[in-house]
Design a protein around this ligand. Structure first.
Ligand code: CA
Length: 245
């Protein structure tokens, strides 16, 4: 695979799940500029939807319009800070939207180079040679306790506090995203998803579903179906990006 001439295939699906009355997840794609984003909004009434769609729209627009002179890492951080500001200031002036926020997981491709970024507990995984690896690290109370060695991964999965996130977009005047830099190999599949998938479907099953020799959109539908079959207690969003050889 040459450094400059890498093609990426994409498939994405968002689903309300089986129990929620509305879908507060959003996703966005710019195939032309290699930008892929998943957001999971929260807040009363329709505020979660407003937060997640604002975040997707702002980050996508700013990265789409970026000038080639700005390093990609800087452009990503600036776009996330601007989206944070847009959500935070909107919530301040509109009482109904007070306290709204959203997670964000995304990636930008630049040839073979892949920059992954996240805030909150929406995740990025990579499947390489049928092995699944979580690239992003959750900003959640239980995952931080796991990283500090206070509880085990298994305890985290069962904790009543597993949905408590420690970072979000729009709830504070500033935000601190994490960035991860990778190099894509032909056949790699990147998965961006909300916790409506990972809260229902264990990693080992995600790995098996991603490893299937199927068209990308069928794999995407199978992931969403698996989350619904497991209960579908939350909105489910899956976005797949595959590096083509
Ligand atoms: Ca969620």
């Amino acid at each position: 695979m040459s450094k400059t001439d890498v093609r990426y295939a994409v498939a994405a699906l968002t689903d309300c799940g089986s129990t929620r009355p509305s879908n507060e997840d959003s996703f966005g794609i710019s195939v032309e500029h290699g930008i892929y984003i998943v957001c999971d909004g929260m807040g009363g009434a329709a505020a979660g939807e407003v937060a997640s769609s604002l975040a997707v729209g702002e980050v996508l627009r700013l990265l789409d319009e970026r000038d080639g002179a700005t390093p990609l890492e800087t452009a990503i951080e600036e776009a996330i800070h601007a989206a944070n500001e847009a959500i935070y200031s909107r919530a301040e002036v509109d009482f109904q939207l007070n306290g709204m926020g959203t997670t964000l997981a995304g990636l930008v491709t630049e040839g073979q180079r892949v920059l992954v970024f996240n805030v909150g507990d929406s995740r990025c995984y990579r499947l390489r040679k049928r092995k699944l690896e979580q690239i992003s690290q959750d900003h959640s109370l239980v995952e931080e306790q796991v990283r500090m060695g206070r509880i085990t991964h298994e305890e985290a999965l069962l904790s009543p506090l597993r949905n408590v996130i420690t970072r979000a977009l729009g709830t504070q005047p500033s935000v601190d995203p994490d960035l991860f830099e990778l190099e894509a190999e032909a056949g790699d599949i990147f998965l961006l998803c909300s916790d409506g998938l990972t809260g229902e479907v264990p990693d080992v099953q995600i790995e098996a579903l991603l490893s299937a020799e199927l068209p990308l959109d069928e794999i995407c539908a199978n992931l969403v179906d698996a989350a619904n079959l497991a209960g579908g207690h939350d909105n489910i969003t899956c976005l797949l990006v595959r590096a083509e050889g």
